[in-house]
Design a protein around this ligand. Structure first.
Ligand SMILES: Nc1nc2c(c(=O)[nH]1)N[C@H]1C(S)=C(S)[C@@H](COP(=O)(O)O)O[C@H]1N2
Ligand SMILES: [Mo]
Length: 534
């Protein structure tokens, strides 16, 4: 079970092309006991019928188990066995793309998590380097994304689009079963139902990656009153340009703009027309000259950003004010929608014209005082605050003011995220994630020293009202109220904690926002985050 090789594009190619299946073949135990797994599990004896047995035994020694009673003292040394097992079953550590060392599974004194839960062989990242790598390695086209923060993308984000019959009518449950079952790679890596699922005592198949945090042993629980968490927050913290996430839906990577040459902005024509008095057709450079620019700090979060994930950033955006443009072009009073086009054909602005607050909508040309990075839509991106990032149109080419048929579908007001099939609640609204470390981060030499975990809380168009933190599996909580919260910005928190001793800790974060009717909206799931103090 231990023989394992995480899938990367390279290893897939090697294995397929060179037939190196042995490299990730499971260890095979033969009846004669020759066993390449001998060093990774306790020695196996066989009875005279070839079954596993005779460890204390009657078969060769003769006599019943009871008659061997006196020999147990010599043969059964639990302390030695348990220590050896824990040593054999040390959890794996990995290094991520940002250089952080992380260990998904806590060590525990009995080696329980590995011996019995087989935890290092379960969940997406037991076999895959990252979810980003998975989607880029698929045999069919999938949108590409890349993260700027070291927060890991999890299957929760996949379910953001592919819940039930989700995006493109593709159900994750069908595609994932189809692609894994009978897949030679999956078989060679000893894949089974348990690789992805935790089957609970009711027989329900839960996702391992959701259930695991509450199954692991070896986590040090600390009560809220003893944890002395020092949490501060602000709404001003901005991401570095290297921390902006990237998501592209439509075009081929070979078509992506990679340079930010000013000549592109000089030549980029933006058409603003439709039912308006004064249509505009100008280059980005001319627009900036005519209307000038304004700056504002705004957050932007993808609608699919699910529990504990980080498809979000906050930055200082600079660009031409849409308010100024609207005052100039003068849309007809009948206008209900704006229709956009962009270089790659992406055109989705979810709310209608009337629902958008144009005061802080910008045709963005700079982020954090630098030209828009190429992957953020250079030379110009429409920013529509209070909406999800799906309403931000990168490399925008035209905006047309139109009158659409009255839409009598009674859509829920505000930003609606996909529903979590298990909880029935909107996923990722509200949400929190740790942004400065990957889940399972190994913090060396930090016992007795203060550590800082940083992250965000956000609920798209709704203000955050409180964030709660637990270090004892959710039994007791430290609550931080966030009054007068501005929903156009994220809520960036910093949690300082001094772990008294080395060990593995589980932080749970529960986030609450305020709905338009004044009621609390509590996150669909708590965010789980493991850190190891060594
Ligand atoms: N032109 C264009 N704009 C786009 C997209 C796209 O694929 N093409 N993706 C949208 C989605 S779904 C998201 S989440 C954000 C991603 O923003 P970023 O890559 O600028 O961080 O851009 C939005 N705007
Ligand atoms: Mo998105």
């Amino acid at each position: 079970m231990k023989a394992k090789q995480r899938l990367t594009v390279l290893s897939v190619c090697l294995v397929l092309a060179l037939g190196l299946l042995a490299a990730c073949a499971p260890s095979e135990t033969k009846a004669d006991g020759s066993d390449d797994a001998a060093e990774s599990s306790s020695p196996i004896n066989y009875d005279s019928f070839g079954r596993i047995g005779n460890n204390i035994g009657y078969a060769e020694d003769g006599g019943t188990y009871l008659e061997n009673y006196a020999e147990y003292a010599e043969k059964l040394k639990y302390a030695d066995k348990v220590a050896a097992n824990a040593e054999r079953n040390t959890p794996e550590t990995y290094t991520d793309q940002f250089g952080f060392t992380y260990q998904p599974v806590p060590s525990d004194p009995k080696g329980w998590n590995i011996s019995y839960l087989d935890a290092d062989d379960r969940g997406c990242l037991a076999c895959h380097e990252s979810i980003e790598d998975v989607v880029m390695s698929l045999d069919t086209k999938h949108n590409v994304y890349a993260m700027g923060y070291p927060t890991q993308v999890t299957i929760a984000n996949c379910l953001g689009c592919h819940r039930n019959a989700g995006f493109g009518n593709i159900q994750l449950v069908e595609t994932l079963h189809g692609i894994h079952n009978s897949n030679p790679q999956f078989t060679a890596m000893d894949g089974s139902c348990d690789s992805c699922h935790y089957i609970d005592s009711d027989g329900k198949f839960n996702l391992w990656d959701y259930a695991k945090y509450d199954l692991y042993k070896g986590i040090t629980d600390v009560k809220a009153e003893e944890a002395n968490l020092d949490v501060t927050y602000d709404q001003d913290t901005i991401s570095e340009n290297s921390q902006l996430f990237f998501e592209s839906l439509n075009n081929e990577p070979s078509e992506w703009r990679t340079d930010t040459d000013p000549a592109v902005a000089d030549a980029w024509t933006l058409v603003i027309d439709g039912e308006v008095e004064n249509p505009i057709e100008m280059t980005v450079t001319e627009l900036v000259e005519k209307f000038g620019t304004k700056s504002s700090v705004q957050k932007q979060g993808c609608i699919e950003n699910a529990t504990g994930n980080a498809w979000i950033y906050q930055a200082e955006l600079t660009g031409v004010s849409m308010k100024d443009i609207i005052d100039y072009v003068k849309p007809a009073s009948t206008v209900t929608n704006i229709k956009c086009t962009s270089e790659d054909g992406y055109n989705m602005v979810s709310p209608g014209f009337k629902e958008i607050n144009y005061e802080d909508c910008l045709l963005v040309t700079e982020i954090n005082g630098e030209p828009l990075p190429a992957h953020q839509g250079y030379p110009v991106t429409l920013a529509v605050p209070r909406n999800s990032a799906a309403s931000y149109i990168k490399a925008i080419q035209s905006i047309s003011f139109v009158t659409a048929e009255a839409d009598d579908s009674d859509e829920e007001e505000g930003v609606g995220t996909p529903l979590d099939p298990d909880t029935g609640k909107m996923q990722g609204k509200p949400n929190s994630a740790i942004l400065n470390y990957p889940d399972g981060v190994v913090l060396d030499g930090q016992a007795g020293k203060e550590i800082t975990l940083e992250g965000y809380a956000d609920a798209y168009d709704e203000p955050i009202s409180k964030i709660e933190y637990s270090l004892d599996h959710g039994k007791t909580w430290t609550t931080v109220e966030t009054p007068d919260n501005d929903p156009t910005r994220w809520t960036y928190w910093r949690l300082k904690y001094t772990p008294q001793e080395a060990g593995s800790y589980l932080l749970k974060v529960r986030t609450t926002s305020t709905q338009p009717n004044g009621e609390d909206r509590v996150c669909s799931r708590d965010t789980n985050f493991i850190f190891h103090v060594k």
